[in-house]
Design a binder for this molecule. Structure first.
Ligand code: HEC
Ligand code: HEC
Length: 183
């Protein structure tokens, strides 16, 4: 009886605290990055590669990428858009950028790894992301016809669209047994 009562009291204290923490955004409660919910963004920026979550780069990087001049020559492609859409997309990216969240652990690690004076325009150049992939051999990435570049996160990270990049959700095409080959 006593144990049950203690448990009830503990729950009565814990549940509201956790809810308040959640509400105030105190705890980093998610291991990944926040999923994309903006249709204009996923339509405009999810055509050639999957729509990278804003939480994968800091706001200063998105600002640089979204300048009209840089969209004109976007890694050798033309990704221009109307001024109205450009402003709306940039606003979304900034609002959910890696430096705006305290709830998504992966975003926190990304922003902490980038020196203040730097604004990488590639996620693959972010020190934290770079380090995570440094041991993957060429034959699994550039020389793998089903991957081609580290930029195509979702070709290996099966849950990338949901903002989940955990190692146990990785499946490298043509290299099912990548774990034995890397470790
Ligand atoms: C016309 C095709 C196209 C469109 C549209 C496009 N991109 Fe890209 N994007 C590319 C290509 C090509 C690359 C380089 C991929 C590579 O290096 O293998 C790239 C790379 C990127 C990268 C760097 C990925 C890395 O290597 O870490 C980011 C970030 C990015 N795009 C964001 C955007 C955003 C934001 C939009 C919408 C405004 C957008 N892209 C629209 C073609 C496109
Ligand atoms: C060639 C396949 C491949 C591609 C493409 C790829 N990754 Fe990975 N990624 C991996 C593998 C394999 C690991 C685990 C590495 C290890 O354990 O040594 C990993 C690890 C990670 C981790 C750490 C996971 C953890 O549990 O600690 C993150 C975060 C991540 N990748 C993000 C990305 C992002 C973002 C992109 C795209 C810009 C990307 N990856 C592209 C294969 C890939």
């Amino acid at each position: 009886m006593k144990k049950t009562l203690l448990l009830l009291i503990a729950a009565a204290i814990y549940v509201p605290t956790a809810m308040a923490g959640d509400f105030l955004g105190i705890f980093p409660r998610h291991t990944g990055v926040e999923p994309v919910t903006n249709k204009l963004y996923s339509d405009s920026c999810g055509e050639c590669h999957f729509a990278y979550q804003p939480g994968l780069l800091p706001a200063r990087s998105w600002q640089k990428l979204m300048e009209p001049k840089s969209l004109e020559d976007h890694f050798g492609e033309n990704a221009e858009m109307s001024e109205k859409d450009r402003v709306a997309v940039l606003e979304f990216l900034t609002e959910y950028s890696a430096d705006s969240t305290i709830r998504y652990k992966r975003s926190i690690k990304i922003r902490r790894s980038i020196p203040d004076e730097e604004a990488p325009i590639r996620i693959t150049e972010v020190p934290y992301i770079k380090k995570k992939h440094e041991d993957i051999p060429r034959k699994m990435v550039q020389d793998n016809p089903k991957v081609r570049s580290l930029s195509y996160c979702n070709r290996c990270h099966t849950q990338a669209a949901k903002g989940i990049f955990q190692e146990d959700t990785v499946d490298i095409p043509n290299f099912r047994d990548w774990k034995d080959l890397i470790d």
